[in-house]
Design a binder for this molecule. Structure first.
Ligand SMILES: C[S@@+](CC[C@H](N)C(=O)[O-])C[C@H]1O[C@@H](n2cnc3c(N)ncnc32)[C@H](O)[C@@H]1O
Length: 304
């Protein structure tokens, strides 16, 4: 669930995004990814990723051989996070024996020039821009923005017929297992919070972004050429341990629900929320908690 974007500190949030990497690796829809590979322009494309966070997608796409050379722009509203991303990618490259050089506005990773752009998306779209992108990526971001308002402007950041890959868009369904009597009350309140959220002075996402994207893309003249589910499925191994740093990922999800709802007794009974959180934390510590979030991926071309 990409709307879970709160953490008390940048380093806590950066750790959450790093912990999310293995969850996203499993979740990303492989048929939509195959379509992206077909659509990917040859040579040295210019890629723009909005809401790029720590930049883990660059590492993944290099690992998966989807990008190799050209330019990759990471745009995010969080400057501290972008600073972390520079070092994270540098370390990521060092671990793989890939040459990387830190530069004033980003870094060079092998043949790929990574550039960091600090901007809030709505303001960025209102300003004039130079070179257009060949490929536009948004991972775990579109459920944090007002899609119908920004989608036409977003697609104009692409060259005509340019490629988009919009992934991990939340779609209104979260499952925590085993079941708890207050599951529905808590999740309905959380979805309402998503639907009414304001960030950067603008409406910021909704709980059914995934399914609504079919229509929004069609209306913007860029219908999906491929679409499919990219559900997060997080569960413990036989030894009751979660893989990689996924226990931290789950804890961050619980904390985000807590932060969104703890002062909203108009939406959820405080005693119910407290009990729900306590039980979920105990299940997490015992390696019993399973979490599933329904999300969707899309690939296609901009109009023209
Ligand atoms: C859930 S995180 C996803 C980060 C990254 N794409 C990933 O999947 O690891 C959402 C990111 O979008 C950024 N973001 C949210 N709203 C934004 C906006 N209006 N403009 C620019 N960035 C935004 C946040 O700062 C955060 O880094």
């Amino acid at each position: 669930m990409t709307s879970f974007d709160e953490a008390s500190t940048t380093s806590g949030y950066a750790r959450y995004l790093a912990a999310k990497t293995t969850v996203d690796d499993r979740a990303l829809n492989r048929q939509v990814l195959a379509e992206l590979r077909c659509l990917m322009p040859a040579g040295t494309p210019r890629v723009l990723e909005i809401g790029a966070g720590l930049g883990t997608m660059v590492g993944r796409l290099l690992d998966w051989g989807v990008v190799g050379a050209g330019e990759y722009v990471l745009l995010d509203a969080d400057r501290k996070l972008l600073d972390c991303s520079r070092q994270w990618l540098h370390d990521w490259a060092a671990e793989r024996g890939v040459r990387s050089d830190l530069l004033p506005d980003g870094l060079q990773v092998g043949d790929l020039r990574v550039r960091l752009v600090h901007a809030e998306l709505g303001g960025y779209l209102e300003a004039a821009h130079g070179e257009l992108a060949d490929v536009l990526i948004a991972n775990a971001v579109l459920d944090l923005v007002d899609v119908p308002a920004i989608l036409p402007g977003l697609l104009r950041l692409l060259v005509p017929g340019g490629v988009y890959w919009f992934t991990i868009s939340y779609d209104g369904e979260s499952i925590f297992a085993p079941g708890h009597p207050h599951d529905d009350e808590v999740m309905q309140a959380y979805h309402r919070d998503m639907d009414e959220r304001i960030r950067y002075g603008r409406p910021a996402g909704e709980s059914r972004t995934g399914r609504h994207l079919f229509h929004h893309l069609q209306a913007a003249g860029a219908p999906a050429l491929a679409a499919g589910s990219s559900d997060w499925v997080v569960y413990p191994a036989l030894d009751r341990k979660y893989p990689a740093d996924e226990a931290y990922f789950l804890l961050s999800i619980l904390n985000t629900i807590r932060d969104a709802l703890q002062n909203r007794q108009d939406r959820v009974e405080p005693a119910h929320l407290a009990d729900w959180l306590a039980v979920r934390r105990r299940q997490l510590a015992a390696g019993e908690l399973v979490y599933i979030a329904h999300q969707l991926d899309f690939a296609g071309r901009s109009p023209g």
